[in-house]
Structure formats: C-alpha cells, structure tokens
Design a protein around this ligand. Structure first.
Ligand code: ADP
Ligand code: MG
Length: 244
C-alpha cells in the first residue's frame, strides 16, 4: 500500500531524513517510535507532500511520485490516498462537530450536503460523540476533539491513515478513549495505518510492525515481539530501556 524509496529531506543545513526506505502492506498497522527531533513527523508529512521531499519516490495505493519530477495534479492524487491526524487535533474552530466531519468529504467527493451529514452522523456515533453533533470544538475535551479529528479522517475513506502522536497533547486520563477509538478502527476497517507514538503498550498491542527511527534513519524494524523483547541494535535497546 505504501512504498518509500530513498527519501531525503533537509531544512536548510539540517538533514532530517537521510535516505528512508519503507514498504507497508495493505491493512498493516505500522508504529514509528524514536526520540524526538528524529524526523518522524517529517517522514509522515512527506508521505502526503505536506513537506516536499528533496529526493525519493513515494507511492501510496496506485499513485507514485518522484520528488525530483512531478506535476501538481500528482500531489493532489497522492493526498487523496491518505488522511492525517495531528497531535493538536486541528479542527475547524468555527464549525460544529458535525460540520467538522461532514465538510471535507463534501468538498472532496462532491456529495450532497444531506448525504454527507447522514454519513457524518454515523461516524460520530462510531466515535461516541453523536450527542455533540451541534457543539463547537472549544466545548469538548481534548480527547473528544481528537475523536472528532479521527472521525473526520475516516469520513474521507482514505486508503491510509497517518497519525502523528495522536495522544501526546492529552491529559493522561484522556489517552485511553482515543487509543480505544483507534483500536476500533483497526478491528473493524482493516485500514492501513502509520502511527507515530510514544505509547509503547499501545504500539505493542495494536501494531503489526514497529519501526525504530533515530537521527533521520530507520535503525531497525520488526514485529512488536521482536523489537520489544529482542532488539538487535544498541540504539533501539537504549531507547526502549529509557521508555520503561
Ligand atoms: P520528530 O517528529 O521525530 O520529533 P521532526 O520531524 O518534527 O521530528 O523534526 C526533525 C527535525 O527537523 C527537528 O530538528 C526539527 O526542529 C526540524 N524541523 C522540522 N520541521 C521543520 C521546518 N518546517 N523547518 C525547519 N526545521 C524543521
Ligand atoms: Mg513529531
């Protein structure tokens, strides 16, 4: 479903991604872990060209882009393949919860307003927020807002969900409800996911594959069991020991 070859990205003199190669199967849940400042967010943002890579070839579904020669319409096609969930939710503050979920697909898929609102309502029921449909984001807890953001991403029916530390801005007692919604999606939809997370227990439970990143490289990847109990690389072991 996802293929990344030779991905490089610098910001000025700072080389953040130093040659990333990655393949993710359809339906696979991949968790990216690693120290902060290591390029995890940049990698995720390069997957949908929120950041333009300097070099490399990215394919999601049947859309492939070579960073060194592409057309704007390719970027549009690539972006339609995935939906991203950010650390700080990024909801439309002046729209109701229902509109937050209904709005994006309205534009993208050109469905009728009634149709989208009906679908949005079903999605809000799934994330347990049907009773908040007419509320505004500021009246919701962080956990509820993130569940809306997840619903909005699902409304796009993407091939791939990209989640960048979806629980790290939340109070600890709100983390569980958001992880629960993500687990439900994994169970019910078989959506391909790439999730950057510091929640090691969650990664271990939900991910098919753990990818350890450090200083712009993928240092090691493997099954949760292999990485958490039998990491090969010293850097991975040190990081995991520090997380405990
Ligand atoms: P991580 O998500 O692993 O914490 P990031 O991908 O956010 O790491 O950042 C990697 C490095 O790139 C950091 O040093 C960060 O300061 C830098 N960086 C990220 N985005 C930008 C940007 N838009 N402009 C300049 N530097 C950036
Ligand atoms: Mg980050």
């Amino acid at each position: 479903m996802i293929s990344v070859k030779g991905l490089k990205k610098s910001f000025g003199d700072l080389e953040v991604l130093k040659g990333i190669d990655l393949e993710i199967e359809e339906g696979e849940v991949a968790a990216i872990i690693g120290p902060s400042g290591t390029g995890k967010s940049t990698l995720l943002r390069c997957l949908n060209f929120l950041e333009i890579p300097d070099q490399g070839v990215i394919r999601i579904g049947n859309v492939e882009i070579d960073a060194e020669k592409y057309h704007r319409k390719d970027v549009y096609q690539l972006r339609k393949q995935s939906a991203m969930i950010f650390q700080d939710f990024c909801l439309f503050r002046n729209k109701t919860i229902l509109d937050n979920v209904a709005l994006a697909p309205e534009i993208v898929q050109k469905k009728s307003k009634d149709e989208m609102r009906r679908e949005a309502m079903q999605i809000l029921e799934k994330v347990g927020l049907a009773d908040k449909a007419e509320s505004y984001p500021s009246t919701l807890s962080g956990g509820q807002q993130q569940r809306v953001a997840i619903g909005r991403a699902m409304a796009l029916k993407p091939n791939v969900l990209l989640l960048d530390e979806p629980t790290s801005a939340l109070d600890p007692y709100l983390v569980g409800e958001v992880l629960g919604v993500i687990k439900d999606i994994v169970r019910e939809h078989n959506t391909t996911m790439v999730i950057v997370t510091h929640e090691m227990g969650f990664a271990r439970e939900v991910a098919d594959r753990i990818i350890y990143m450090d200083q712009g490289h993928i240092v090691e990847e493997g099954s949760p069991k292999q990485i958490f109990t039998d990491a090969k690389e010293e850097k991975t072991k040190q990081f995991l020991a520090y997380c405990k």
